[in-house]
Design a protein around this ligand. Structure first.
Ligand SMILES: [Mg+2]
Length: 166
């Protein structure tokens, strides 16, 4: 059985709320913290990275799902050294997230990987995209991180139950 993990980036994988506004180039200030020349810093959430790795050990296909300037987001992922955690990337602005997700599903389908909406886990710190995703894609498993789902330990429990039945 294939399942898909989708990770939002701003406020979900790292603490900055809009990487599109953080002007490159970026450099690593220290482990898990990047900066640009203006001194803006972005902190990677280690627990989010652990969560993605845990999902991979559980067989997840992984993708970003981010409303951003792709170049900035990919540079940040590379600077943190976490770009390769993701099998796919879906980063664009202003294309809506439901459309981005449909494109990911099509790319996977072209590789022979068909994923049912109930086997999609979508992690986002904001709820603004979930209705369109439900309308266009179906009843995915939504993890509203830091909101309805308090932290990534809770997210693991939710995924364990929803994907593996306990
Ligand atoms: Mg976000």
């Amino acid at each position: 059985m294939h399942w898909l993990l989708l990770m939002d980036l701003d406020g979900t994988l790292w603490d900055h709320k809009d990487i599109s506004q953080v002007e490159p180039p970026y450099f690593l200030l220290k482990e898990g913290i990047l900066s640009n020349e203006k001194g803006t810093t972005v902190r990677l959430y280690r627990e989010a990275v652990d969560f993605v790795k845990w999902c991979k050990t559980k067989g997840a296909v992984t993708s970003t799902l981010s409303w951003n300037v792709e170049r900035n987001a990919r540079l940040a992922l590379n600077t943190f050294g976490v770009d390769s955690l993701f099998d796919e990337h879906a980063i664009d602005y202003p294309t809506d997230k439901a459309e981005l997700l449909l494109k990911v599903l099509q790319r996977l389908k072209n590789k022979g990987i068909v994923i049912h909406p109930r086997n999609i886990v979508y992690v986002d710190d904001r709820k603004i995209h979930i209705e369109r995703i439900k309308n266009k894609v179906g009843e995915v498993i939504f993890v509203n991180i830091w909101g309805d789902v308090a932290n990534y330990e809770e997210a693991k429990k939710l995924v364990q139950k929803a994907i593996f039945g306990g």
